[in-house]
Each structure stands twice: as structure tokens, then as C-alpha cells.
Design a protein around this ligand. Sequence first.
Ligand code: ZN
Length: 118
Amino acid sequence: MHEVDMTRCLLLSLAEWRDSQPSAPMEVRTVHLDVGEFTCVEPDALVTTYAAAVGGTWLERSSLQINSIPLVGRCPRCESTYTPTVTEQYRSPCCSAPLEDILSGRELRIRRIESAPT
Ligand SMILES: [Zn+2]
């Protein structure tokens, strides 16, 4: 379900992008998306959902390219950075401190849109 909502948001963003283009209509080829590992979005599911959602629309010939952003946390006690894992309950390996400061991994944004004149 998460991916369906995501896709809906994405399509709205792309429509805004299209409307903001000053020149002739452009055909979207590839949408490069940054997706953090901590967003609970399954990249494969998102690609599938997107492909289904754009069928028969102006985005029919476009596809998603997902760039996965790793989860990186910063220890609140010693400020070292680490990769939080579920098995460690996201605690820092250095001080076993709970995850408070997320440096990356929550991204969900369009990085780049590849397009060509129609
Ligand atoms: Zn630490």
C-alpha cells in the first residue's frame, strides 16, 4: 500500500514538473529516484507499481530508476557514524546508544528526470 501512495505522489510531482516546463512538451524517459533504506519502500515493488500506474498515461513510456541511499546514523554519545541494523535494534555499536540522529536513509526524492522532445 505504501508504494501505491508513493507512486501517486510521484505522478503528481511529475505532472507539476511537466507544467513547469517552459518549452514544448517533453516525453519523460527515465525518472531517477533517491530512496533511503529507512523509508520502508521496497524498490522492486515501487518499480512494479509505477509501471502499472503509468500505463495509458503520458508517462507510459517512462521507467523508474531507483538509487538506494544507505541508512547512516550518528552516535549521540561519541558522534561516530555507523550503519544501524535491525538486529542491533538500531543501536550504535560503539556505545550501544539508541538511534537518534539519522544522517541519511530517509530520502525520498526525484534526483533527475531524463526527457526528450516528443
Ligand atoms: Zn558511540
